[in-house]
Design a protein around this ligand. Structure first.
Ligand code: HEM
Length: 149
């Protein structure tokens, strides 16, 4: 059973990270402002819904493994300091990426197809950069975690 949960977790990670890398690349390489506006207008909302489903799947399957593997019992255990801190880091970064996603989606849905204020632009870009970078860090901690299990 837990093999299936891990499978779904890794599948969700590939979709979630793959999507964020792709949209990030689109922002960087699609320089034509009009084309960019049109692409984001149509693709943005679909992408937003799809990605939030997969992030939820990641969190649910992650927590499922967390409790099933008894990791809740080692989370604050100083004797298994390395495992505990890898878990703590991963969860802190997951919390941060969730916040960045909520900020990003809030602005995206509120302003889709409209002009943005400077603050909205900055927050939107900063949160998408944060999501992109945090994913790379989370992936690293996910692998470190594997080394202990
Ligand atoms: C953005 C969110 C997340 C991403 C991208 C992510 C990514 C991954 C990846 C790629 C693996 C496989 C690592 C490997 O097998 O080498 C993994 C494993 C794991 N994740 Fe996550 N994860 C996320 C959120 C969570 C959350 C919220 C938890 C729960 C508290 C969690 C708990 C676990 C556990 C326990 C494993 C180890 C399973 C095993 O190796 O047997 N993950 N994660």
């Amino acid at each position: 059973m837990m093999d299936i949960v891990l499978y779904i977790h890794i599948l969700a990670a590939t979709v979630w990270i793959g999507g964020s890398v792709f949209l990030f690349a689109l922002g960087v390489f699609l320089r034509d402002k009009e084309a960019q506006k049109r692409v984001y207008f149509y693709v943005g909302p679909i992408y937003g819904y799809v990605e939030s489903v997969w992030l939820t799947v990641l969190i649910i399957t992650g927590l499922w493994m967390f409790y099933d593997f008894g990791l809740d019992k080692v989370f604050f255990n100083e004797k298994i300091e390395d495992l505990a801190s890898v878990l703590q880091y991963k969860l802190i970064f997951v919390a941060l990426i969730t916040v960045a996603t909520v900020v990003h989606m809030y602005i995206a849905f509120k302003t889709n197809g409209k002009d943005r204020t400077n603050l909205q632009k900055i927050l939107s870009r900063a949160s998408s950069m944060a999501i992109f970078l945090l994913n790379l860090v989370i992936l690293w901690y996910a692998i470190q975690l594997r080394n202990f299990l």
